[in-house]
Write a protein that binds this ligand. Sequence first.
Ligand SMILES: [Zn+2]
Length: 266
Amino acid sequence: MENAIDRRLERIVLLEFVLHVVTGLRVGAQDGSFTIGGDENVIIRDPLSNRPYVPGSSLKGKMRSLIERTQGMEQNWPIARDRVVIHACRAGADYDRCPVCSLFGAPAPQQRTYLCQTRLRVSDLFLTDTSEQALREAGTTLPYVEVKAEAAIDRVTSAAVPRTMERVPAGAEFGGRLTLLLYEGDDPARSVDLTVQALELVEADFLGGGGSRGSGRVTFQDLTLTRLTFAPGEPRAERVTYKQTIGSLDDWRAHRDAIVGWAAGS
Ligand SMILES: [Zn+2]
């Protein structure tokens, strides 16, 4: 079988969108951990601008994890110093067949061994100019974020132990971009559908920390698509923007067939 790495990159589809924060969003350096009275419930910020941002890895990891769960993929590969287990195919020949690994990529050792391609890239998401200005003018206690107070209830004494966490307030918006690489022989419909399904799952679930306590509901809005097609010997890519902005993932369904055909080059 031809090695995936030898196949020609035929096309790139860029999917730009606005991530709308529906309930306060907490993406921290220590996602998942939550100690009472701890001061690690601090949101991740750009060190230069001090503005909160959403690392692409946070969104991509959440997308992957939800897809793996809906597909019932075997959780067999420990990452993050063994604190997290994800799915990864064990054999090289499986990578192109596996919907998850072929889209989201393989762990580094597998990638080196089997030369697998990662087809989906997720850029870091930054506050839109409008949200940046609105949050700056809101004069929150800490720049750009709210400090949410919660109480942990001691199960024996019923004592309430207060704790706080930083969140990006509801209503804030981030600009995001997904990059979908389509190689010769790829099925654009499979990649596009799985990517959008992953976004739908994130909408249905949550992003960042504290989801079970109400944080992290988001929606994806104002989706625009750009297709870059590369032909051998051509000095420049052909660049085509999809005919319209898609308002929401609900609207996407109405356009799905047209978008998939367009992504395939028609
Ligand atoms: Zn796999």
